[in-house]
Design a protein around this ligand. Structure first.
Ligand SMILES: *Cc1c(COP(=O)(O)O)cnc(C)c1O
Length: 438
């Protein structure tokens, strides 16, 4: 592609975005395969070894997790979610749009134990790592111990001399809050004022301090960071820049590879994976994308989904400006009912990595989220939150660009990554459902 074409395309997409119209953008860097080695992950600073280390750490902690969160017993302390086929939802999507080539699955991080969202991957991992570092350097713990001893009072007392803080729109705060309080840390969650009431209630019950800020999410994070950095016994979980969060999410790649094998779903050039993940700052979907590329290389194609008013990563990638441009710079509000995605500026750590491996991005209007939610509930009895529904347009958008027809052996698997939902109280979910039915 010529320079001039790229520029014209960029202007077109930015213009559409600034008018809050839905777009489907394909990453020209990844399209033009000569430019880029797609075969596996290839970031300069992070690699498969880092993901191994994260996976190993989660295995060490499994006996502790199993002991203090009994709902993880069936998976022996692994915080993992089911992968389920959703054929009726596929039919529904096809009656609304066009035929989808291949099978449709839902990765139910909406039902991850402990906090009911994708944040139970990275968020919990980062706090476990901090706890391990403290306990090991104090000589209280060694790597080959049975980590279930961490549930003992001696450790709780030790951790109570330290604190953890995070800025969050909600789900990250829930994951960090619950695991930190369980270990014995003092924990503070810095929230924007518009965070959902029920999430604040859950946190208060778990013994978490909540600081609310009048401004938006970015401001809550900035204030939280400032306070935490002034205290050497406080660990700040930095949603916008944390490598630990990223690696905790990345472990999902290996876990998914195992699940696909168990379910006899093959992944190859003829049977590629298409994965669609709702995106906020990009940490969770970015880490997952990194882990998936590590496992499947060119045979996985990953797309991020964002609300039309908060297309943080899409805008950063389309313009190549990454974290140096915000949705508000092009006249958007940054506000959306998909509260997990209400972010205007993408992660500085993640956006350049995604520029090299993401197949594309698309945006979706808020009012489309609720019908997806209610139909998934009615047809598959799976209940997920509005943010987690942003990825549903993906399979059709991609199918329109695929040359499936006439290729008998071509059988893609589409995976919608459901990022949250099971922690939503029943009455709140009923309200969402009603909106979908209207
Ligand atoms: C946090 C979150 C996301 C996106 O994760 P980021 O790391 O912010 O990109 C998507 N869906 C839900 C439900 C979330 O809570």
């Amino acid at each position: 592609m010529q320079e001039g074409d790229n520029m014209r395309d960029m202007n077109y997409f930015v213009d559409e975005m600034s008018n809050a119209r839905e777009i489907f953008w394909t990453n020209p860097l990844v399209l033009d395969r000569k430019n880029i080695k797609q075969d596996g992950i290839q970031d300069d600073n992070l690699n498969a070894k880092d993901v191994d280390e994260a996976e190993g750490r989660l295995i060490r902690f499994a006996p502790y997790i199993e002991r203090v969160f009994p709902e993880t017993k069936c998976r022996r302390g692994m915080i993992e979610s089911p992968l389920v086929e959703i054929p009726k939802m596929k039919e529904y999507l096809e009656t609304e749009g066009e035929k989808i080539c291949g099978d449709l699955y839902l990765k139910c991080d909406s039902h991850l134990p402990i906090s009911g969202s994708v944040k139970a991957r990275g968020g919990i991992y980062e706090v476990l790592k901090y706890a391990e570092e403290l306990a090991v350097s104090e000589g209280l713990l060694s790597y080959d111990d049975d980590y279930s001893i961490l549930a003992e009072d001696k450790f709780k007392k030790f951790f109570s001399g330290y604190s953890v803080a995070v800025g969050s729109t909600g789900n990250l705060g829930m994951s960090i809050g619950i695991i930190s309080a369980k270990l014995g840390f003092k924990v503070t969650v810095h929230m924007s004022h518009d965070a959902k009431e029920w999430k604040k209630d859950v946190l208060k019950k778990a013994g978490v301090n909540i600081c609310e800020y009048a401004g938006d999410y970015e401001k809550a994070v900035a204030e939280g960071r400032k306070l935490a950095l002034a205290d050497p016994r406080c660990h700040f979980v930095d949603d916008e820049n944390s490598i630990d969060l990223f690696l905790g999410y990345a472990v999902a790649g290996r876990r998914l590879a195992r699940q696909l094998k168990e379910q006899n779903i093959s992944v190859s050039e003829e049977c590629p994976l298409y994965v669609y993940i709702p995106c906020g700052v990009g940490g969770a979907p970015g880490g997952i994308a990194f882990g998936l590329k590590d496992e499947f290389g060119d045979n996985v194609h990953i797309y991020f989904a964002e609300p039309v008013q908060a297309p943080a990563m899409t805008l950063g990638l389309v313009t190549g400006k990454f974290e140096n441009i915000s949705a508000t710079d092009i006249g958007l509000s940054g506000l959306t009912e998909a509260d997990g995605l209400a972010v205007s500026r993408p992660s500085a750590l993640v956006s350049p990595i995604m520029a090299k491996m993401l197949e594309g991005c698309f945006t979706v209007q808020d009012e489309r989220l609720y019908p997806y939610l209610s139909n998934l509930g009615d047809l598959e009895n799976l209940w997920i939150e509005p943010s987690a529904c942003a990825a549903f347009p993906g399979p059709e958008l991609v199918t329109n660009n695929l040359e499936c027809h006439g290729h008998q052996d071509y059988n893609p698997t589409h995976i919608i990554w459901a990022t949250g939902g099971s922690a939503v109280p029943e009455d709140v979910m009923k309200e969402y459902y009603k909106k979908g039915k209207n």
